[in-house]
Unconditional design. Structure first.
Length: 743
């Protein structure tokens, strides 16, 4: 049937949102499968897995993605049998479900036009379907289209067995592409439905009614010879979005009591019993007449007792209905109402948020310029007004930047699958530990750190960790350990990758460096310098090239990518015990609190989180080496210091007295000699131009309120420069470039 133009427009507009949500659901499904391997009996994980698959199938049905619906239906069937305990989870079954998850991702990519469905994909999908059917022990299932057609086929003739069915459809039923009336139509084909009652109490007032939410709850009887499994099967497509109770003929009082407890709030006792199917309307009227007759004789007999005496309602059923009535009364007395969850989420395209951040940066610069002009006018009221505007801008800045902060745990979770598959490929037994997943980081940083982390994790699995046989021979447990961690430290985030493997063989690294001419033959650098050789372009100690390593194109790219994020990477290792890599990154790439200083005519900015304290107006150290390095005494301890004027060969007259800004770089603390302290400054980070990207010690630039450019220091890189041996070669051309940019 041809679609209406408006319907086509809706599908085109809504499809990207579905694809984004489906990809999130598939990522969650993968993580749940990996968690389930560690806890195969966890029912909550199985239920969450089933919900993910069900949501994907239902949403795909709305957009007519039949291939997604058909394939996911087989996955859902197997997950349902897992959930019911009919099939046990094995490593092979887990691998099959992970492969199916990958196949659904392929189908989603085809839906957005990123891939084509070729014969190879169709063959792979058919093989997976056969394996799913074999694993679940089912015959080839009907497609969704066949199920819908079957809903209109004549059902079996009605018989004398009367079932009672209660179906409360969830709020997301419509959003998942399901129609409750279609389900009821299918149920009617199973037999005769004498009466259907819709619970009006479950429908909110019109002013609070969400037209996209489902509020339908049906109570009805079904006269049929169908089995309970057949009746429940009619609700299979909506089972995850429906609270279903099927009471067989001659159900026990306990079954009726459970149904009453699960029903929505109904004010009157008789209505509760009728809705539950414990009595009919005629029996209720009979009971009410008997109660009225008793009242005329002066007897105050409760309706529940009357119904027990006249129509034989079990006392346990009456007690359950009375408790339900009392709970409903308490809710009404307290004024409580059923409302939607207040914590609602809005999907916003990332580029729109980036545009807001960019405009905010311009607002910060404009605000700084206005504040500077206000100070120059020396008008008190104008200065106070600008100070208030600056405070508001800072609050807006903090709130807006918080919108882009996301937990890094989402990125960490992706490596469960990587470790599982790579360790299996290498015949290694590896346990992955994740720590600090709640640590938040700017979304743009998270997206760009995923690839470097991927390489480091695969590198640790390939080079670092040994096989079980090698570990046992070395006196270690057969299972290796790999740990991913994250923590906040001095305004940065520190990501760690640690393993308990063989460690880095320094002699092997040094020999490869001699062979490639990176180090003069016979020269033995210190341990730290040897480890830094691993980050040289093209360097590799692998004996052979594999699909994981050996080409020498990894670690230098890792370092380049991290440094492009204004970060740093350090490596430590102990032979035979393992290696540890630490990546230090800024929390955000947009706007930071900075501390503005002056050296001669140049202006520089330190990240405020790295500033420990400031020692103002003190005499300069007398003993400085050729690179401007020396020491000062600070509360009885020696503090290493470096002069920016000497380090970067800045021009201008040097004052007799200056100041020392004490900075924290990881576990190290050092001082920087400056001429002037210009105070705190909201800093909009601008990337350095191509000519200045390789400038050592700098991470970016910022525009001041008066239009001047100030360079932003990378305190960790500056610390390394200050600690380098005196004979280390310096690139004076780069330093000269900094003079023209900073002045």
């Amino acid at each position: 049937m041809k679609k209406h133009p408006n319907e086509v427009d809706f599908v085109a507009e809504a499809l990207p949102a579905f694809i984004s949500e489906a990809e999130e659901q598939l990522e969650m499904l993968e993580q749940l499968l990996l968690e389930l391997e560690d806890a195969p009996e966890d029912a909550s994980l199985l239920n969450a897995l089933f919900r993910c698959a069900h949501t994907i199938k239902g949403s795909a049905g709305i957009f007519g993605l039949d291939r997604v619906v058909a394939f996911t239906h087989h996955v859902e069937t197997l997950l349902s049998r897992l959930r019911e305990g009919l099939v046990g989870l094995t490593p092979e079954l887990s691998t099959l479900l992970l492969r199916c998850n990958d196949q659904i991702l392929v189908l989603i990519a085809q839906a957005k036009g990123a891939q084509q469905d070729d014969e190879a994909q169709q063959a792979s999908r058919a093989e997976l379907v056969a394996q799913l059917q074999a694993a679940s022990g089912t015959q080839p299932a009907a497609t969704a289209a066949e199920a819908l057609l079957a809903a209109h086929e004549p059902g079996p003739a009605a018989a004398g067995r009367r079932w009672h069915i209660s179906a409360a459809f969830g709020a997301d039923t419509f959003r998942n592409g399901m129609d409750p009336l279609t389900v009821l139509s299918y149920v009617q084909d199973l037999g005769e439905v004498p009466r259907v009652v819709c619970d009006l109490q479950a429908i909110p007032p019109l002013d609070r009614l969400d037209p996209e939410s489902c509020h339908l709850t049906f109570e009805f009887g079904l006269v049929s010879d169908a089995s309970q499994q057949q009746i429940e099967g009619a609700f299979s497509f909506v089972r995850d979005d429906c609270r279903l109770h099927v009471l067989p003929p001659a159900a026990s009082p306990a079954a009726f009591a459970d149904l009453i407890d699960a029903m929505p709030d109904i004010p009157r006792l008789g209505e509760i019993l009728v809705a539950a199917g414990a009595i009919t309307h005629a029996q209720l009227r009979q009971g009410l007449r008997a109660q009225t007759a008793a009242a005329e004789q002066g007897l105050n007999t409760p309706l529940g007792q009357v119904l027990s005496d006249t129509v034989g309602v079990a006392p346990a059923v009456v007690d359950a209905a009375l408790k339900k009535q009392q709970r409903s009364q308490r809710v009404r007395d307290s004024g409580a109402v059923t409302a939607a969850d207040d914590q609602r989420f809005i999907r916003v395209q990332a580029n729109r948020l980036d545009d807001v951040i960019n405009l905010l940066g311009e607002l910060v610069i404009a605000g700084a310029g206005a504040a500077l002009l206000a100070k120059q006018t020396k008008q008190r009221k104008l200065v106070e007004a600008n100070a208030q505007i600056s405070r508001l801008i800072e609050e807006i800045r903090n709130g807006t930047l918080q919108l882009r902060m996301v937990p890094i745990g989402e990125t960490f979770s992706r490596f469960r699958r990587v470790v599982r598959d790579t360790a299996g490929e290498l015949n290694k037994d590896v346990a992955l530990a994740l720590e600090g997943g709640e640590t938040e980081l700017d979304k743009s940083v998270v997206e760009r750190i995923a690839d470097p982390l991927m390489h480091l994790v695969r590198n640790a699995l390939d080079h670092g960790l040994e096989t079980p046989e090698q570990r046992l021979a070395a006196g270690k447990p057969a299972q290796g350990r790999l740990r991913l961690s994250a923590r906040h430290e001095a305004g940065s985030i520190v990501i760690g990758i640690q393993d308990d493997g063989r460690g880095i063989q320094r002699q092997k690294v040094l020999q490869r460096a001699w062979d490639r001419g990176l180090v003069e033959p016979g020269v033995v650098p210190d341990d730290e310098a040897i480890l830094r050789l691993i980050f040289e372009p093209g360097f590799s100690t692998a004996e052979r090239v594999t699909n994981l390593s050996g080409r020498g194109v990894g670690m230098d790219v890792v370092r380049s990518n991290i440094e492009a994020l204004r970060g740093s990477v350090t490596l430590s290792s102990t032979e035979g015990k393992g290696s540890s890599i630490e990546i230090r990154l800024p929390l955000t790439l947009a706007i930071i609190d900075g501390f503005l200083i002056g050296v001669g005519a140049s202006k520089f900015i330190f990240p405020l989180d790295a500033v420990v304290e400031v020692i103002a107006n003190r005499a300069r150290p007398e003993q400085l080496d050729g690179r401007g390095r020396g020491v000062v005494e600070l509360r009885g301890q020696v503090l290493p210091v470096v002069s920016l004027r000497a380090l970067y060969a800045l021009e201008g007259d040097e004052p007799a007295r200056g100041s020392v800004v004490v900075l924290q770089a990881g576990s190290r603390r050092y001082g920087v000699l400056v001429d002037a302290l210009l105070g705190q400054h909201q800093t909009v980070i601008k990337p350095l131009g191509r000519m200045f990207r390789s400038l050592r010690g700098m991470s970016g630039s910022s525009i001041l309120g008066n239009g001047e450019v100030a360079l932003i220091f990378d305190v960790h890189s500056l610390c390394q420069m200050a600690a380098e041996p005196s004979g280390h070669p310096q690139d004076r051309s780069r330093i000269t470039q900094s003079e023209g940019l900073a002045s």
